[in-house]
Write a protein that binds this ligand. Structure first.
Ligand code: ATP
Length: 901
């Protein structure tokens, strides 16, 4: 049992004593550093349950390896020691390569995980700090709020409406209420209401707790230890390929057995027939395939990370290439999330604000350019006060650079107040806050209650429609309350929104009972004061990324909580709509969506490009509707309530900078820069990964089929083997490593974002590619046979003739490799040297071929013999001819495709 097991049975002050901490000031910085030394970092041990030996052994757990091991043992039993040694050598090389690749891929994934670091909020020395969650120590006073992932096991000391999703621990996904009471010692983990366990997610409210266990000592650490946490490198594709190679192995073994039986029936030498049957088996199985798939995926993940998209679940790499719809948030993803209030509208007129950014340099001026009379204009003044005080953000000024700590929308309201000479801190000192109704995307507003001398004042700000619901009067310039003129306010808001400005309304009220300060008590009681309209410019790369998606056959839809007018104006700027006056059905609001009937819903959703005033709950249904229309959906999100939609989407995309831990946890991919263009980049990389996998398979299969067929035909015809089992092993191992794997480094093809998304149900190999594979395989068999017979006919020894056939296989493979670098274009069009890895690989392979052909020791081991220049000439002539045939095949097929389209 972990250490935290008993803390639920103690009172909070006892836990404080036990852990020698302070329930209000937390640990001191020095004490925390000292404990970090003592207890170690707050991380889970990696590769629990794995262990080096197990990982090494896992490399041998493959049907093909079993076949090879059995073959090695039998050949040893037959006293064919050289063959046996070569077979075991291959097994070892295979295991070493597999082990290195697996470790590298895992290390890469592990490295990526650390790019999305979890931060924790703690109180140390009486001040709030944000620290990496690894630095938490037992005794730390940790603050939790909605959206956080608990960074350690905590005994709660204070809670406000705290609700936690504990599915990581208990599997139960309904959030549980938490409080700080003492519980009986025997309470099971799932019922310990006064504890919040590491890895669980805060879905509502806030609280504070003392860390009682960190790292491996937490309940999560316990589970980790029990089940092992090795991340699997499986994806639907790798699973399919694993199944494919298993079936293939069985089929090939059957064929090999049949070959052996046929040889015996023909009264051929048993040992020779047996080794031939093994040659058939090892030749026909594409042993490089699993490694190539893992490497290609890992390289894809790495390339995406370089472009700031961190993959959290490996299957996403594949799915990205098939994405047909991207649903994106507006604020912060398509726009900069750099807000500046540009205009303030009150029922008495418009005020313009100069200056951009968060520096409070600028002035408020009226229509004529004169200074706005902030102090003599009650509505304007109260709008600014509401914006500044009903606000949780702060401005910070470092090295001459102004920035916002907190929500940029609130930051902009602080800045405009400062430009008007109203300092938020001074205002807060004069009007201390006594209660708050926090902002949420569902509520769409925020309200605070302040003490103003002997009176109370309510200040509120939020979405225009919502504030109009809450208001019944409006304040004029002289401070007189008049009946609310909703129509005029809405018209003004529409005009401002149509310019792409984000509009928030402000309202005030005198007096309120703190005990009854809630949504219901406010409804219809506020006095509207004004509209603050802020500019949030589209991101620089947004419109080109949207255009690239459109060219790539990917629809882009904006889903925003903002006003339809603002959304449409921004949508037009980034190219989602043709112009700001959208066609009917192109923009749907949350209310319109809710009113749609079930039958019309998917169609309407498919047609619309923009969804405004949508609440996070509606996102889930949107994803489902698009999926029902056959779409592969990528969806962005950042809040707690976005998690179900992120999980439902084929690619859930969370924001690394502005997103909550809950959203990141639910996502398949995290954008470290929150930028829409990064999603487009990831899709491009995803397509590249799929291409490279297809290229590898198209390259490797003809050799395998060719090698298998050569042996099959030889035995069936009762002829001498033109190539020996050990030689086939040589070809497969060396070419897979030196040549095939280099395709994983292939850069993306030029037109990768001009073709439509890949249909996820489409088989990996199209009919055209299968035909090409069979064509090359047939040419390999025919030419290898021909060359072998030709060399024998010219008086060459069997060894020399086999060496010529072996080199033919390798040279044809090397030539064919260049052809496989593009599935449609010719090798010359993409440039022979544009992937330098391939050039290096070919040189390594050339040295290896010279060694096996001319080194006496290698000749003895592999049964080869030196060959002369005429044989090499024939080999290169054949390889050139094969390449020409493939080039013509490509040309004809691409011509036919172009013709069809
Ligand atoms: P997106 O969904 O594209 O990120 P958004 O930021 O507008 O857009 P929400 O955060 O759901 O979406 O906000 C919905 C609406 O609530 C906003 O349009 C705005 O009118 C209002 N709002 C946003 N932030 C605040 C805030 N801090 N206080 C009060 N009201 C706010």
């Amino acid at each position: 049992m972990s250490e935290s097991a008993t803390h639920h049975g103690l009172a909070a002050h006892e836990v404080v004593l036990l852990l020698e901490t302070d329930p209000h000031r937390g640990l001191s910085g020095g004490e925390a550093a000292e404990r970090l030394q003592r207890f170690g970092p707050n991380t889970l041990p990696v590769a629990a349950g794995g262990g080096l030996l197990l990982r090494v052994l896992r490399q041998f757990h493959h049907p093909l390896i079993y076949v090879l091991l059995a073959a090695g043992l039998v050949t040893a039993g037959l006293q064919e020691y050289v063959d046996s040694a070569v077979i075991f050598g291959v097994v070892v090389v295979n295991a070493v390569v597999g082990f290195i690749q697996e470790s590298k891929a895992e290390a890469a994934l592990e490295g990526l995980r650390s790019m999305v670091r979890t931060q924790a909020k703690v109180i140390r020395g009486g001040h709030e700090h944000t620290v990496p969650s690894e630095d938490l120590v037992p005794g730390d006073l940790v603050l939790l709020e909605s959206g956080d992932k608990a960074p350690a096991d905590l005994r709660l000391v204070r809670v406000t409406e705290l609700r936690v999703n504990e599915s990581a621990l208990t599997g139960e996904s309904v959030p549980v209420h938490k409080d700080a009471v003492v519980l009986p010692e025997a309470t099971p983990v799932a019922d310990r209401r006064n504890m919040v366990y590491s890895g669980t997610l805060v879905t509502a409210g806030h609280g504070a707790g003392i860390a009682v266990a960190t790292g491996a000592e937490t309940e999560l650490g316990e589970i980790h230890r029990l089940v092992g946490a090795a991340e699997t490198l499986m994806t639907p594709l790798t699973a399919k390929l694993a199944w494919f190679s298993k079936v293939l192995t069985i089929a090939i073994l059957g064929l090999a057995a049949a070959t052996f039986a046929a040889g015996l029936l023909r009264r051929q030498d048993a040992v020779e027939t047996f080794t031939a049957a093994i040659a058939l088996a090892v030749g026909a199985i594409p042993e490089g395939l699993p490694a190539a798939v893992t490497i290609t995926l890992a390289i894809g993940v790495f390339r995406m990370a370089k472009r700031r998209a961190v993959i959290r679940r490996l299957p996403a790499v594949e799915t990205l290439g098939s994405t047909t719809v991207i649903c994106s948030d507006k604020t912060g993803t398509l726009t900069e999330n750099q807000m500046t209030v540009q205009m303030i509208w009150t029922p008495d007129g418009m005020v313009e604000v100069t200056g951009t950014g968060y520096a409070p340099d600028g002035v408020l001026q009226d229509r004529d350019g004169g200074p706005a009379p902030v102090n003599a204009h009650a509505a304007l003044r109260w709008s600014l006060i509401a914006g500044a005080c009903c606000n949780d953000a702060a401005l910070s000024h470092d090295d001459g650079h102004w920035s916002v700590v907190g929500d940029p929308t609130e930051g902009a309201m602080l800045v405009v107040a400062a430009k008007a000479g109203l300092d938020a801190e001074r205002l807060a000192a004069g009007m201390p806050r006594v209660a708050v109704i926090p902002f949420s995307s569902e509520r769409q507003y925020m309200a605070t209650l302040h003490r103003d001398g002997a009176d109370q004042v309510v200040l509120a700000k939020g979405a225009v429609e919502r504030m109009l619901e809450l208001s019944s009067t409006q304040l004029d310039a002289d401070g007189v309350l008049c009946p609310l003129d909703r129509a005029t306010v809405l018209r003004a808001a529409d005009l401002l929104s149509a310019r792409g400005l984000r509009v928030l309304a402000t309202a005030v009220r005198a007096g309120s009972d703190p005990a009854e300060f809630d949504d219901d008590a406010l409804a219809g009681t506020l006095a509207f004061t004004g509209l603050q309209a802020m500019l949030d410019p589209p991101r620089g790369a947004a419109s080109s990324a949207v255009a690239a998606c459109h060219t790539a056959g990917i629809a882009v839809k904006m889903i925003t909580g903002d006003h339809a007018g603002t959304a449409a104006a921004i949508g037009a700027k980034v190219g989602l709509l043709d112009d700001a006056e959208p066609a009917a059905g192109a923009v749907l609001t949350g209310a319109e969506l809710a009113a749609l009937s079930g039958d019309d819903y998917p169609d309407a959703v498919d047609r619309a490009a923009l969804f405004a005033r949508v609440s996070p709950e509606q996102k889930l249904r949107l994803v489902q509707a698009l999926q029902a229309r056959g779409h592969v959906v990528a969806m962005t999100g950042d809040g707690v309530n976005d998690a179900p939609a992120l999980r439902q989407a084929n690619i859930g995309v969370a924001m690394g900078l502005g997103g909550t831990e809950v959203a990141k946890d639910a996502a398949d991919m995290v954008l470290t820069d929150d930028d829409f263009a990064t999603i487009e980049a990831a899709v491009e990389e995803g397509r590249g990964v799929f291409d490279n996998l297809t290229k590898f398979i198209t390259w490797t299969l003809p050799t395998n089929i060719g090698e298998g067929l050569v042996i099959l035909v030889a035995i069936a015809a009762g002829a001498t083997l033109p190539i020996l089992p050990t030689q086939i092993l040589w070809i497969n191992m060396t070419t897979a490593i030196a040549l095939g794997l280099m395709l994983a480094f292939e850069p993306k093809e030029a037109g990768i974002m001009t073709r439509p998304p890949r249909d996820p149900d489409q088989p990996l190999l199209t009919r055209g590619l299968v035909a090409r594979i069979l064509l090359v395989a047939t040419m390999l068999v025919a030419t290898a046979w021909w060359l072998f017979e030709w060399e024998i006919g010219k008086g060459a020894s069997v060894e020399a003739a086999r060496t010529a056939a072996l080199n033919l296989f390798v040279v044809v493979e090397a030539f064919y490799l260049f052809s496989c670098r593009s599935l449609t274009h010719s090798a010359f069009r993409i440039g022979i040297f544009s992937n330098r890895w391939i050039v290096v690989g070919v040189m390594v392979q050339a040295v290896a071929q010279l060694a096996i052909t001319y080194l006496p020791a290698m000749n003895t081991v592999f049964g080869t013999a030196p060959i002369g220049a005429p044989a090499w000439t024939r080999i290169f002539a054949v390889a050139t001819a094969v390449s020409l045939v493939v080039a013509v095949d490509k040309l004809l097929r691409s011509g036919r495709c172009a013709h069809r389209s």
